[in-house]
Design a protein around this ligand. Structure first.
Ligand code: MRU
Length: 350
């Protein structure tokens, strides 16, 4: 099991994913600012893991507070962390849970608040592990024996508090002997597919082949893909799914080749405030990420770049969304609302 984040001796320790697969280095974030930069720089990444990191960050934010500074430290930490990455709704969801825990303990002073916030962050972390396991169980049933799966970016152990969402399904199906091959899109510009997905699947003994993003169509055309399986950063109320840029293109290709396109995500990724995918804020990142690879410039100096970190797959292209509560086939507003209502009453079945 790869553990990408932990609370350790009053700091948040994160596995620096920028250096993988060449180096394994732990970053110790002692201040909220350290953690915020780690999230912005993608040392820690993946929607559920960003939520977990933010939760630990809130605990960090009050670790030196006295009664006079407690409320101010909490609000400053919240404000800083909420400015890190705009698309993954798990970040804002986790901050909301931390605010609730803070309010419940605030009158009792800094000590009880610190304990309450750390307990809440640990619970978000633990719950995510159970959520991934449940997604894995539900999703594995969708794959036939000998399945060849194409995935994009990294929605695995490196992106969550457990075995992953899309890759949680892969690991579960692999244990059941159903996986013949996983094709990992390299995922330009930051290569989460070739650096992270290929690395973690290999560690887990899952057969994996890396392809460039622009090879997916050719692979599908020659009958090499049985299912596309990706994660999500935010799912709108109508079932439109925002995920790593390139997911939309894959969904269009999958539809053209009559291949199922599955999205795996915790139900906390569903944002009912976003009516459609058009309401989901899409993070725009620096063009430098496109024109430099490991510091070397690969395009003319000063060239214009377009670098949206995510795109939106319209729900009509999504065969099913898999959450910890089960499979939502052909997602639409009615089905999404039904699942969201269910969550108010049901905890993850573990
Ligand atoms: O920019 P990243 O690496 O944070 O993007 C990650 C993704 O797009 C993942 O597919 C998504 O967050 C789901 S992770 C379970």
């Amino acid at each position: 099991m790869i553990v990408p984040i932990a609370w350790s001796r009053g700091a948040v320790a994160v596995l620096d994913q920028r250096l993988l697969p060449s180096r394994r280095r732990l970053l110790r974030c002692r201040r909220v600012e350290d953690l915020a930069r780690a999230i912005e720089g993608l040392a820690v990444r993946g929607a559920p893991l960003i939520g977990i990191a933010a939760a630990y960050g809130m605990a960090l934010g009050v670790s030196r507070s006295d009664p006079a500074s407690l409320e101010r430290d909490f609000q400053r930490s919240r404000e800083r962390l909420s400015r890190t990455r705009p698309t993954a709704v798990n970040l804002f969801w986790a901050l909301g849970l931390m605010e609730r825990a803070f309010r419940r303990a605030a009158a009792r002073g800094p000590g009880p608040v610190r304990r309450a916030l750390l307990a809440e962050a640990r619970s978000i972390h633990r719950q995510d592990a159970l959520t991934c396991a449940a997604i894995g169980r539900h999703g594995a049933r969708l794959l036939a024996r000998g399945a060849r799966v194409l995935t994009h970016c990294n929605a695995g152990m490196l992106a969550t508090g457990g075995i992953g969402t899309a890759l949680g399904i892969v690991y579960t199906a692999h244990r059941q002997g159903r996986i013949a091959m996983v094709y990992a899109d390299e995922t330009r510009p930051l290569l989460q597919g070739s650096r992270l997905t290929a690395w973690e699947l290999r560690q887990g003994g899952v057969p994996v082949t890396v392809i460039c993003d622009n090879m997916a169509g050719a692979l599908m055309a020659r009958g090499g893909v049985d299912a596309v399986l990706v994660g999500a950063d935010r799912i709108a109320a109508d079932g439109d799914c925002a995920n790593k840029t390139g997911s939309y293109g894959l969904a269009v290709l999958a539809r053209a080749h009559r291949i199922p396109f599955y999205v795996a995500a915790p139900s906390s990724t569903i944002d009912l405030d976003a009516r459609t995918g058009g309401d989901i804020p899409i993070e725009q990142r620096r063009g430098d990420e496109i024109i430099r690879i490991r510091g070397t410039r690969i395009a003319p100096c000063g060239i214009a770049c377009f670098n949206p970190s995510f795109d939106v797959v319209p729900h009509r292209l999504v065969t099913a969304i898999i959450t910890e509560h089960g499979v939502i086939e052909r997602p639409n507003r009615r089905k999404i609302l039904h699942v969201k209502n269910l969550i108010k009453y049901v905890k993850v079945n573990c």
